[in-house]
Design a protein around this ligand. Structure first.
Ligand SMILES: [Zn+2]
Length: 427
């Protein structure tokens, strides 16, 4: 098994002389000190937030104040560390439903180049020159995720086509056949939908997939692996990280992180203290090399854990287990228990006639679920089975009874093939 290609990249990029955690952590501490100084000198936000801190040890790092998404929303310009003319891309992130709440993330050319580099090395654990990749992310504008991924693959000599998110299954299937596509890179639920609607084409052509832009349910990975015979790699990242955060190696046991550019902590969301490896907590990161908009101890709201065992690929880099979803993506049920959206995925997505769903708590004991099935079927029996499954699971795990009210939607109504929105409970 090939060791993660990220290791060579990180060793070269950081200039560390030994392949060891100690050497890497020494580098990371030095870069955190530099980042604190740089951010304090150039950004209005950190000038104030870090006015009285000094960092000379890891204990100091653990005492640094956190940065929260709301603080970026309040005034993104306060985070800016370079002159306006040096900004090469601005990404605006809107939280759905809330008006006037926008997060803007700024990038310099150097920031974008670092991401292309990461994608290039990250992708080389799954692709080689014999592959033809279809990119199913937005890629039209310069500096978009699809554009950067395309540039990275081109550098490695891998043929790729920028398709954009799937809006029409027929067109995408045609594109796969006509271009001899062997590898797909896209949004998890869209790739699952494609594999269910265009099973034959998928099974015949697609050997590998890279899933990103949302958490990836385990059931989805199992289905693509077992039913479609694909090798399924997942990537974790967010715009604030500079898109790229971590990617799986050939061991397919969790992500290796971009540790030369990011210092990652996993913290108890309530106390802000680090949790032990193997325990789930909130992913929190500090950028080490970012120019336009460095972020210090940024609370992502994503849930994950570090693996307590070394990766089978033999790297000294850490392994982060696959992200479980968003901290906020849960609903209180049965008194004081919480139902996480990821649990619903594991219960519902195994029904292969289902394409997508939305869920809301309508009131205390009533779960409202909108379902989208494949075209051309009644599926009442499936609906009964789904209902029974959820009720049994909730009864067994939480000890209470839950009513479920289903609403049927069609593809067109839901526009479910045209969404970059993360899957979550509606409020
Ligand atoms: Zn590995």
């Amino acid at each position: 098994m090939q060791r993660t290609p990220l290791e060579d990249w990180i060793v070269e990029r950081t200039g560390i002389s030994r392949r060891s955690r100690e050497a890497l952590e020494e580098y990371q501490l030095r870069k955190i000190m530099e980042t604190v100084q740089f951010a304090r000198r150039h950004s209005r936000f950190y000038q104030e937030q870090l006015a009285d801190v000094s960092v000379i040890s890891w204990e100091n790092v653990q005492a640094l104040p956190f940065t929260y998404p709301n603080q970026i929303r309040r005034d993104p310009n306060d985070f800016l560390c370079i002159p306006q003319r040096d900004i090469k891309r601005i990404v605006t992130l809107r939280s759905s439903g809330t008006e006037g709440e926008e997060k803007r993330i700024f990038f310099s050319q150097g920031d974008l180049d670092a991401t292309i580099d990461f994608f290039q090395y990250g992708m080389s654990s799954l692709t080689d020159e014999s592959d033809r990749v279809l990119i199913l992310f937005p890629g039209a504008s310069c500096g978009s995720i699809g554009d950067l991924l395309g540039k990275a693959l081109k550098r490695s000599g891998v043929v790729c086509f920028k398709h954009g998110v799937i809006t029409n299954m027929e067109e995408t299937a045609k594109c796969i056949v006509e271009n001899g596509i062997t590898c797909l890179s896209g949004i998890p639920i869209q790739i699952l939908q494609l594999s269910r609607i265009k099973t034959e084409i998928f099974q015949k052509n697609i050997r590998k997939v890279l899933l990103s832009a949302d958490y990836v349910p385990e059931v989805l990975i199992r289905e693509l692996t077992e039913r479609c015979g694909c090798r399924v790699f997942t990537h974790y990242g967010m715009t604030e990280m500079g898109y790229g955060g971590g990617v799986e190696c050939q061991a397919l046991g969790g992500y290796h992180m971009r540790e030369g550019d990011l210092y990652i902590e996993i913290l108890n969301p309530d106390t802000g203290q680090p949790v032990q490896d193997g325990q789930m907590g909130e992913v929190t990161f500090t950028t080490l090399t970012r120019q336009a908009m460095p972020l210090i101890r940024y609370r992502t709201g994503d849930l994950a854990s570090f693996s307590p065992v070394p990766c089978r690929c033999g790297t000294f880099l850490k392994t982060m287990n696959r992200v479980y979803g968003r901290l906020e993506n849960q609903m209180q049920i049965c008194g004081n228990s919480f139902l996480h959206f990821s649990q619903l995925d594991e219960w519902m997505l195994p029904f292969s006639e289902l394409l997508d769903y939305k869920a809301c708590m309508e009131h205390e004991n009533m779960l409202g679920i909108e379902v989208v099935f494949m075209d051309g079927g009644d599926f009442q029996e499936t609906l009964n089975k789904i209902s029974k499954t959820i009720q049994e699971k909730i009864q067994r795990q939480y000890g209470c009874r839950m009513q479920i009210r289903f609403t049927r939607k069609t593809n067109q109504q839901e526009n479910c093939f045209n969404s970059m929105e993360k899957r979550k409970f509606c409020r």
